[in-house]
Design a protein around this ligand. Structure first.
Ligand SMILES: Nc1nc2c(ncn2[C@@H]2O[C@H](COP(=O)(O)OP(=O)(O)OP(=O)(O)O)[C@@H](O)[C@H]2O)c(=O)[nH]1
Ligand SMILES: [Mg+2]
Length: 480
């Protein structure tokens, strides 16, 4: 059963396993009271009298279950569990804006478990996933986009994804969304004033001007929504599939990019059967590189399944690295692969440049055009010697991200949830503008502007439902 805001909650805030330090966190009205039952400061003071935001040397004791019978009369002093540091952070100057206590003990799973058990007996309950952050949101410390940025910060894998998460945590996205909302609120006020005063023949805004304003507002929302494609790539990573006929060196390329011996490489065509996936940081771009089975006609049922998986990986990928062997002539299988997925981003990668090549460097652009339609870029590499891999990394990055993507400091959308809400808002405004253009009643225009406002409000949590909160916080771990 879901707990309430009145409960005092606890959880282990550090990762499970052995570590130098383990941290337990308590939050809620009774956080200090509960912690006081098990924490004895070395100075002899009680935790309740401790100064806020100061760290104290203490012992954590075993808050034994209510003594019964003989044990009760024995009055055994409580057993210390561990030597700890404890800090009280009084509301509202804490992560959750409630009273918070942190107990820093030794990072052993048993020590932490024993302290958890003590806190439970002391009257606190185990927090739900993300409940500390959810409380920070419900108590107005963070808005919803900022709460999501906490998770993105924890999960960031590259400098770029961390930077975007930190910007969102500082409120850059929320400010932009609020600016767009304020603008809509002003427009709505003028539309509504027009509805109320139609009798009096006062015009608050000319229909033509209103239409223009609504279109401009929709376009501004659209520009923010459009940062979502790249923003999500930086946050989530981009799937890149290495494809080609057997033996061209796909697995060798995966290994070369990873600089480890991850995939089996042999001179026998048809070596790779399964799709292998590895996450790599390519010039700050998190990429999920998929090594696939060589695509060819085959009677071998195992290899057939491999080829089927290769095709599925191609579907899933955002960028295809179409690999060919530069030391032999292109064959029908290469040509068939070059013709696939013309709508996707594709790079033609000519491997084995350490062997005598059949295509001189000057001819590469011409050759690319002749051998396939729509492939703009050709990169020549040797997976064996590593030659050309830097060029390939550059080409991978520039084919999915604009050059100046990370240099700007304007708001960027990194989550599908935000992108969807922005698109909903853009659509509502297009609708509103169309109604205004057709001189429909102000009521219709106002209704759509309100829908746009609601959609924007979902991003920051100004408008929210239990369902939205449920979906956001279930991705968090317990203790965050
Ligand atoms: N000379 C040279 N040989 C290479 C290069 N890259 C790969 N090879 C060789 O080509 C052969 C096939 O390499 P793989 O990486 O297994 O090729 P693949 O495309 O993964 O093959 P399948 O898994 O069978 O589809 C191996 O003998 C590699 O050593 C290269 O750049 N230069
Ligand atoms: Mg292979």
């Amino acid at each position: 059963m879901a707990g309430t805001l009145q409960d005092t909650i606890y959880a282990i805030a550090t990762p499970v396993g052995e570590g130098g330090i383990g941290i337990l966190r308590l939050s809620g009205e009774k956080a200090v009271e509960v912690a006081d039952r098990i924490v004895r400061l070395r100075s002899g003071r009680t935790l309740a009298s401790a100064r806020s935001h100061h760290l104290y040397h203490a012992d954590a004791l075993d808050a034994a279950a209510e003594p019964e019978g003989e044990a009760a009369s024995a009055h055994l002093p409580p057993r210390p569990i561990d030597e700890v540091l404890a800090v009280v952070m009084r509301a509202p100057r804490s992560y959750t804006a409630e009273d918070v206590v942190e107990i820093h003990c030794h990072g052993g799973p048993y020590v932490l478990q024993a302290l958890c058990e003590s806190l439970r007996r002391g009257g606190a309950r185990l927090a739900e996933p993300g409940e500390f952050t959810k409380r920070a949101f419900l108590n107005g410390r963070l808005d919803l986009a900022q709460a999501e940025a906490v998770l993105d910060t924890i999960q960031a894998k590259t400098a770029g994804s961390l930077r975007l998460a930190q910007e969102q945590l500082r409120g850059i996205l929320s400010q932009e969304v609020n600016r767009l909302r304020d603008h809509l609120v002003q427009l709505l006020a003028r539309v509504e004033a027009g509805i109320d005063f139609t009798e009096d023949d006062i015009t608050f805004i000319q229909p033509q001007e209103l239409t223009n304003r609504l279109r401009e507002a929709g376009a501004a929302i659209g520009r923010l929504a459009d940062t979502g494609r790249e923003g999500r790539i930086v946050r989530e990573g981009v799937p890149v599939a290495i494809v080609g006929r057997p033996n061209v060196g796909k697995s060798s390329l995966l290994n070369a990019l990873l600089q480890t011996d991850r995939a089996i490489v042999t001179p026998i065509p048809g070596t790779t059967r399964d799709v292998l996936e590895e996450v790599l940081n390519i010039r700050g771009l998190p990429a999920r590189i998929l090594d696939t089975a060589g695509v060819r006609q085959t009677e071998d049922p195992v290899e057939q399944e491999g080829v089927r998986r290769s095709r599925a990986a191609m579907e899933q990928a955002e960028l295809l690295l179409i690999l060919v062997d530069g030391s032999v002539l292109l064959n029908e299988e290469d040509r068939a692969l070059l013709a696939l997925h013309p709508d996707k981003k594709r790079l033609l990668v000519i491997n084995k440049s350490d062997l005598p090549g059949l295509v001189p460097d000057e001819a590469l652009p011409v050759w690319a055009k002749a051998s396939s339609s729509g492939i703009g870029k050709v990169v020549r590499i040797s997976a064996l010697t590593g030659a050309g891999l830097d060029n390939l990394r550059d080409a991978i990055r520039t084919s999915v991200l604009r050059d100046d993507f990370e240099s700007g400091d304007s708001a960027v959308v990194t989550r599908l949830r935000h992108q969807t809400s922005l698109e909903k808002a853009r659509e509502a405004l297009t609708h509103a503008a169309d109604s205004s253009e057709r001189m429909l009643s102000g009521e219709f225009v106002a209704m759509d502007v309100r829908a746009g406002l609601d959609a924007l409000g979902e991003i920051t949590g100004a408008v929210t439902t239990e369902d939205i909160l449920e979906r956001i916080f279930r991705d968090f771990c317990i203790g965050k």
